[in-house]
Structure formats: C-alpha cells, structure tokens
Ligand binder design. Structure first.
Ligand code: MG
Length: 290
C-alpha cells in the first residue's frame, strides 16, 4: 500500500492506494472534513502503520473508495515540500561515466516545487536546451524533524520511499559550475507513484533500480552501490540543515544516462521515460516540447 497525493477537484489531497484502489485519508482519519495533504499528515506525526491497517479494511469497500487509478490522477506524493535535496555523483559507475572524481563527502544540489509532477504527467522540454536527460533514483521522504541525527538514528526519521527522475538539461547544467539551472527547470522532478512506508522497507540499500526509455532498459543498478547510504546522507545533511516532515532527498543515479551513451540519447517529444525501484514502484512520464 502507498500513501499518495491525488487530484480531487482543484487540489491534491492525501490518500491510500492499493491495487489501483484509492481511499481518501479523510476516510481513515474522520476527525477532519477538509482535505488533508500528505505533508500535513506527516507533520502531524501520524502512525502510518496504524492508518494503513485501517485503510486496508476500508479499501475493500467499493462504496468508500475515492476512485480507481485511471479515473483518478495522482500528483507528486509530496507536492509542497519545504526542501528537495539531491545527491549528485552517488554511484561509482555514474561518477566514472561522467569522468568525475569520487566525492569525499555527499555532493548536494537542490530542486524546487516547480519541478514536481506526478506519474503520468508530462516532462516539458525547455526551448533553451537540446540535451534533456533522465536520471532514475530512489527518493526518501522525511517523516520526523531531524537535526544533527547520527547515522544510526537517521532511518528512524524516514516516513517512506518513492521514485524520482532527476531530469537534467546537460547543456544548461554543465555550462557553469552550479547545477541549478539545468536541474531545477519546471517539471524536472517527476516523483511517484506514491510513498511506500519505511516499515515496509527496513533496508533501503538492497533495492534494484532501472530506467526504461520507450520500453528499452537504459539504466540498471542497485541501491547497495550508493557511495553514501541513505542514513549517511541524512546524518550529513542534518548536521547543518534541519530536515522537516515531507522533505525529499533524491539519492543519486547509477550509470547509463543518455548523455554518456554512444551516440548520446536525449529525451525527445513523444518519448515515454519510466523509472522503477524494486518494492517502491514504477514512475512513468511522457515527454513533450515545453
Ligand atoms: Mg541525480
């Protein structure tokens, strides 16, 4: 079961999805009759295991459903995070293909809310780039405020995991020493389909990851190969940046990006780019000219 954000009217609200069936989080937590967001749920410190246990029963009742996937459109699992922090060069094979040197400490950059779209939403190619690339990654969703947490404590602050595509305009990214303009363009952070709770994934360092372009596998890796683990990264970041519920951490991509294929393969209008992380889900996005 996943914690999801889905479109209800003009806004996104929190729900639970299992087997394509979607239940409003309001059905599980009836003390509120106004829509509640995933971020607000996490800020409240709800017990996801308890909520999902109740949701599991309610999801079986057709009359209680908000709808089914297909008729319901998902948004990014957390559409309004305070922070989206990304790890660059966190897999040795990707460091090698980019001809970079292995970082001594986590290499951080950021995206913003304007980047975030859900599964099924279109990545828009900006007219100022000819080199838009994909990067399939595991994403971490913070569940509890963490400041100066140790590696040992770090995973206890994670709400769950989702999939992110760290879409990157290589020509814009590599034109200066700062990544931001190439990494933080509108729609450059597809995320989803939903959040698999941390209790269902006790070890995030054993997950197979793959990226498919129009059905053809372009990337394949395992989170065991990360240079800095999820726990190390959270501990490192939290030393100086307080992480809040709903904050997103993208954990880096393995080798196989389009920029370093021979010949290079950049995203084109009409493409379908998909990222799958074992036990977390498959994120699927069409590509259009922006
Ligand atoms: Mg990346």
């Amino acid at each position: 079961m996943r914690l999801v954000s889905y479109w209800a009217g003009a806004g996104l609200e929190a729900g639970f999805e299992d087997g394509g069936r979607v239940l409003s989080a309001r059905s599980v937590s009836p003390r509120t009759d106004v829509p509640i967001t995933v971020r607000a749920l996490l800020q409240e410190g709800v017990d996801l295991r308890e909520m999902m246990s109740v949701a599991d029963t309610l999801l079986k009742d057709d009359d209680l459903l908000a709808g089914r996937l297909g008729e319901i459109r998902l948004g990014p699992p957390v559409p309004d995070p305070d922070k989206v922090i990304c790890l660059g060069q966190n897999y040795a094979d990707h460091v090698a293909e980019m001809a970079n040197t292995r970082p001594d400490v986590p290499n951080l950059f950021t995206k913003f809310r304007n980047c975030l779209i859900g599964t099924g939403d279109a990545i828009r190619l900006p007219r100022s780039s000819r080199q838009v690339d994909y990067e399939g990654e595991l994403a971490v969703v913070i569940g509890r405020t963490c400041r100066q947490v140790s590696e040992r404590e770090a995973l206890g602050h994670v709400a769950g995991y989702t999939v992110i595509n760290d879409v990157s305009a290589r020509d814009l990214q590599l034109r200066t020493s700062q990544y931001t303009v190439g990494k933080a363009a509108d729609t450059f952070g597809p995320m989803g389909p939903g959040i698999v709770p941390a209790f269902a994934i006790p070890d995030p360092q054993v997950l197979q990851l793959a990226t498919y372009l129009n059905g053809e596998q372009m990337q394949s890796g395992n989170t065991s190969a990360m240079l800095f683990s999820v726990a190390e990264a959270i501990s490192f970041i939290s030393e100086v940046i307080t992480l809040e519920p709903g904050d997103i951490l993208a954990t880096g991509t393995p080798a196989g990006v389009g920029y370093k294929r021979v010949p290079p393969r950049f995203l084109q209008p009409g493409d379908l780019i998909e990222v799958e992380v074992e036990r977390v889900g498959r994120l699927s996005n069409p590509v259009i000219q922006g």
